[in-house]
Design a protein. Structure first.
Length: 237
């Protein structure tokens, strides 16, 4: 079955693209599949304990995710002052003052997220969805609009995140039957080789790019309406 959760953004959204640097942090327009799955895992650990998080990791990893992005997005860009660790060994101050590029997105409308889940885990998934209040950065808050709905099938407005990706030098996944108009966003997702110990912040194991954390090119149905030196305005097609 498919479970539909609708989240309303209550603050500005910022989620750095995997191809951006810390100095030039361009934001994505919606949370990535990696962020959505990690939010579910975080909710499982916070509310039901570490053992439940380990048990839930496997079925969260197997979820198929599809989204309908908000109706409109306005991305504001700016330069801001930041503190950056000094790379020199002998310095008077450990942090250097510098500037960095930042983007913040105002999402107008609800973010709809659909999950394909087995009946045995449906009730647990509903419980976890009610515990999520942010995606990615802790400042990017979202509010669940209840109730979580059951769908027999998805309509054409949903965008599947099961896009092809490169893992270990091989292309995995299947291409869609048709390509919709929109804007390509490079989003990350859990790879097939990812384990719970690798996402555990207390474990010495690390997440490897392109194997444990894969990149997917997902087309979001947005068109550019207008832009200036300080903002860019998108509307959903």
């Amino acid at each position: 079955m498919w479970l539909l959760a609708e989240y309303r953004p209550v603050t500005l959204f910022s989620f750095r693209s995997v191809i951006a640097t810390s100095s030039g942090a361009k934001t994505l327009l919606v949370p990535t599949p990696f962020a959505i799955r990690t939010a579910l895992l975080d909710a499982a650990i916070r509310t039901k304990g570490l053992a439940n998080g380990k048990a839930g990791f496997a079925w969260i990893k197997e979820l198929s995710i599809a989204i309908i992005p908000p109706d409109r997005v306005v991305v504001a860009n700016l330069f801001t002052k930041i503190l950056k660790p000094s790379r020199k060994e002998e310095v008077e101050e450990a942090m250097n003052r510098t500037i960095a590029y930042r983007e913040y997105a105002h999402l107008n409308g609800t973010l709809s997220i659909a999950f394909k889940v087995s009946e045995s885990h449906a009730e647990e998934l509903v419980s976890l969805l009610t515990q999520i209040n942010h995606f990615g950065k802790r400042g990017s808050f979202f509010q669940l609009v209840p109730p979580v709905k059951i769908l027999e099938e998805l309509n054409k407005d949903f965008v599947s995140t099961d896009a092809p990706y490169v893992q270990g030098g091989e292309i995995k996944g299947s291409y869609p039957n048709e390509f919709k108009l929109g804007i390509i966003q490079v989003m990350d997702d859990w790879g097939s080789s990812l384990t719970f110990s690798k996402v555990d912040v207390y474990s010495p194991e690390t997440i490897k790019k392109n194997t444990d954390r894969v990149r997917k090119n997902i087309i979001l149905p947005y068109r550019l309406v207008c832009s200036s030196k300080s903002f860019t305005y998108y509307e959903r097609i």
